[in-house]
Design a protein around this ligand. Structure first.
Ligand code: Q9C
Ligand code: ZN
Length: 335
C-alpha cells in the first residue's frame, strides 16, 4: 500500500498546551509519526512516498486569504517563540487592527490549547500535501491510499485553527476530488470535526458524516450534536452520531453501520475520504472508546466492503505506544 509522508511534518514541535488553567504536555507529539512509520517498517508491505508541495489554490479553495497570510506570518517567529492565543473576539468577530501579532491571534483561533511556532506553516502545508498526493493517486488508480497527516486537519475551519489543526486536509482534497465525482467524508476521530462540518454545512456537494464522543461531555463541546443536519442546500448532507464516552466497541460498530446505511441512502459517493482518528483506541490519553487493535482491523474491513475509492487521512491518536500498531491493523484490511 502507498503511504504519503514528508519529514517536514516533524519540524512542528509544540511542547505544552493549556488545559484547565495549567500547562500540560502537548498531545500532538512528534513521536506519533515515529510510532506509525515504525509499524509500517515492521510490516514491510508499505511504500513511503514523499509528496510534492500542493498548489496554493488547493488550499485557498478552502481557507480565507487573510487566515492563510496570518498562518504564513508565523514563519517569522524566533526559534523557541510560540503564539498561544488566549483572548477571543466572541461577541462579534472583528479585528480593527492587524491580527498578525501574538496577542490578537485569538481572532483566528477557537481554543487556547493549540499554538503556532516558526515551522507550523511548512509542516501544515506538508501535511496537506500528503493528503493531496494520496488523493491524486487514488483518483488515478482507484487504489486506497493513506496520508500520514500530522498536524491533523478536521478541527480547522476556513478561518480558524484549533484542536492541533491548522489546514483542513480532508476539505482540501474533497474540493479537488469533486471535479471527478461525488464525495463523502466519514470522520471517526474521537472528537467531532467541527471544522470540516462548518466548511460543507451549506453544501450538498460533500456529505459529512461523523461518529464521535458526545459534545455534551467532550471537546469541542459546541458542535457535533445529532440535530446539526446542514443548512440551505446542505440540509440532510451532514450527519452526526454522538456516543457517550465508554461506549463499548459493539455499540460503536452498531451506531457506525446504522448511521452509514442512512447516509448512503442520501448519497452513494464515488470517493470516500476517511478522517481516521485513532484516539478511539483503548488507552488513549484523551479518548475513551476502547477500540482494540483487532477492532481496528474490523473497522478497516467494514470500510473496505463499502467499495468506494478511498483516501485515508490521519487525524488524532495520542497513545504513542499503540498508535502505529493500530494504524497498521486498520490499513492491513485494505490489502
Ligand atoms: N486534556 C484531534 O484529535 N483538547 N484533536 C484536549 C486534553 C483538545 C483533539 C484536552 C482535543 C483536540 C485532532
Ligand atoms: Zn481527536
Amino acid at each position: 500500500m502507498k503511504i504519503f509522508y514528508s519529514s517536514l511534518q516533524k519540524k512542528h514541535v509544540i511542547k505544552k498546551e493549556v488545559y484547565n488553567g495549567k500547562a500540560h504536555p502537548y498531545n500532538d507529539k512528534v513521536t506519533r509519526v515515529d510510532s506509525i512509520l515504525k509499524a509500517f517498517r515492521h510490516a514491510g508491505n508499505y511504500e513511503i512516498i514523499v509528496p510534492e508541495i500542493l498548489p496554493y489554490d488547493a488550499i485557498s479553495n478552502v481557507h480565507d486569504e487573510d487566515y492563510l497570510h496570518f498562518l504564513e506570518s508565523s514563519q517569522n517567529l524566533k526559534n523557541d517563540e510560540i503564539i498561544c492565543p488566549y483572548v477571543f473576539p466572541c461577541d462579534n468577530r472583528i479585528s480593527r487592527h492587524e491580527p498578525f501579532i501574538p496577542k490578537r491571534a485569538g481572532y483566528y483561533c477557537f481554543d487556547a490549547g493549540t499554538s503556532l511556532m516558526n515551522n507550523t506553516w511548512s509542516a501544515a502545508v506538508a501535511s496537506a500535501s500528503t493528503a493531496y498526493a494520496a488523493a491524486i493517486h487514488t483518483k488515478k488508480t482507484g487504489e486506497p491510499t493513506y496520508a500520514l497527516c500530522r498536524p491533523p486537519g478536521h478541527h480547522a475551519s476556513k478561518n480558524m485553527f484549533g484542536g492541533y489543526c491548522y489546514l483542513n486536509n480532508a476539505a482540501i482534497i474533497a474540493k479537488y476530488l469533486l471535479k471527478s465525482g461525488s464525495v463523502m467524508i466519514v470522520d471517526f476521530d474521537y472528537h467531532h470535526g467541527n471544522g470540516t462540518q462548518s466548511i460543507f454545512y451549506d453544501s450538498s456537494e460533500v456529505f459529512y458524516f461523523s461518529i464521535h464522543a458526545h459534545p455534551l461531555v467532550e471537546y469541542p463541546y459546541f458542535t457535533g450534536f445529532e440535530e446539526e443536519k446542514g443548512i440551505d442546500d446542505g440540509v440532510n448532507y451532514n450527519m452526526n452520531v454522538p456516543l457517550m464516552p465508554l461506549s463499548s466497541p459493539s455499540e460503536y460498530f452498531k451506531a457506525l453501520l446504522n448511521g452509514m446505511n442512512k447516509a448512503f441512502q442520501v448519497m452513494e459517493p464515488d470517493y470516500l475520504i476517511l478522517s481516521a482518528g485513532f484516539d478511539i483506541e483503548a488507552g488513549d490519553p484523551i479518548g475513551h472508546f476502547n477500540i482494540s487493535i483487532a477492532d481496528f482491523n474490523r473497522l478497516g474491513r467494514e470500510f473496505r466492503a463499502m467499495n468506494k475509492k478511498t483516501i485515508i487521512l490521519q487525524e488524532g491518536g495520542y497513545l504513542v505506544s499503540a498508535l502505529g500498531g493500530n494504524v497498521e491493523s486498520f490499513l492491513s484490511a485494505f490489502h
